[in-house]
Ligand binder design. Structure first.
Ligand SMILES: [Zn+2]
Length: 324
């Protein structure tokens, strides 16, 4: 079924992989992401309560879906700032394959949300905004796109982002679940993104023209949706959450299940791993940037400066004398 994939089907599996694909008859292409150990590390090392973990897992799947499109070795960051119980999420994707992340939440607010059954991911997120940043490093400038969050959740926010910023019809599905295996309980996340990218740039314009020239004119509205895109979206809508996170269902199998009637071409997959870019050297450099007095103020009861990485929870401590 795949002309471009050079590895056997089973190699892609369902763990920590991104698979690009194209459904040519529908002029649509997309990516499927399946996260296993990488997202489990992010969620488990912070010990997030399950409802928070579900939301952060969605953000991780979204970040990998979008970040894996980068064609250069830069950083793609998804960040939320909201008034919700989870008021901040930061997920970094360092192209081509590293992901890390953390979130901040209000424990009291969470307990209340759980008690009133209002702890679904979109509800915990609440209102605020979602910022997508691309940083190529060096002298390259940063590019930031911002979408408002009005309680609609990350999937809808992603649709809005693509319509606003790139004017590409896009649909995104995200799912997160705890998976019980012989080794215990672990988190999994999955996501699928599909975009309508007709080869002919006139395709949308034709749709508009057609609506103007329609003989009866009454039933066809301006900007009518292309049939191919309507079909692509309806196929994506059939994906069940459990399919996105099922460890026994290979990624290629899932794509085949969804699009086999139209024919899906699956390209070479990209593996993903959890990795943090923090280092002792970087923190020492940062501490050197402070004044002697500022460093003095950071010294703890043990006489040392303790620094914990927000992303990976690694704790390091330093002797203030080393910087004098
Ligand atoms: Zn770290």
């Amino acid at each position: 079924m795949s002309e471009s994939a050079s590895r056997p089907v089973s190699d892609f599996g369902s763990d920590d992989v991104v698979l690009p694909f194209v459904v040519e008859p529908l002029e649509s292409r997309g990516r499927l992401v399946r996260l296993g150990p990488s997202v489990d590390r992010i969620l488990a090392q912070h010990g997030y309560p399950a409802p928070v973990a579900r939301l952060v897992g969605e953000a991780a799947a979204l970040t990998v879906l979008l970040g894996s499109a980068l064609k250069f070795e830069g950083r793609f960051q998804v960040q939320t700032r909201t008034e919700g119980v989870v008021d901040m999420i930061v997920i970094d994707f360092d192209a081509p394959d590293r992901v890390r992340g953390f979130a901040r939440f209000n424990a009291e607010g969470l307990a209340q949300a759980i008690a009133t059954h209002e702890a679904a991911p979109a509800q915990l997120l609440g209102r605020g905004h979602l910022a997508l940043t691309i940083d190529q490093g060096g002298d390259f400038s940063r590019y930031q796109g911002v979408v408002p969050l009005d309680g609609q959740g990350l999937e809808q926010a992603a649709h809005q982002y693509f319509l606003q910023s790139e004017q590409i019809p896009t649909v995104v599905r995200l799912a997160v679940a705890e998976s019980v295996t012989g080794d215990g309980v672990s988190w999994r996340a999955g996501g699928l993104m599909m975009q309508f990218l007709p080869q002919s740039v006139d395709r949308m314009r034709q749709a508009d023209l057609h609506s103007g020239d329609a003989p009866d004119g009454a039933n066809i509205q301006q900007g009518v949706e292309d049939d191919a895109w309507v079909e692509a979206k309806s196929l994506v809508a059939t994906i069940e959450d459990h399919e996105l996170v099922d460890p026994t269902l290979s990624s290629e199998r899932l794509l085949y299940r969804l699009f086999h009637e139209r024919g899906v071409k699956v390209f070479e997959g990209q593996s993903v791993q959890h990795a943090c870019s923090c280092s002792t050297q970087r923190i020492e450099d940062m501490l050197r940037g402070f004044t002697v007095q500022e460093r003095k103020d950071m010294v703890g009861d043990n006489g040392r400066i303790g620094v914990t990485c927000e992303f990976c929870s690694t704790h390091r401590d330093f002797d203030p004398k080393d910087f004098d």
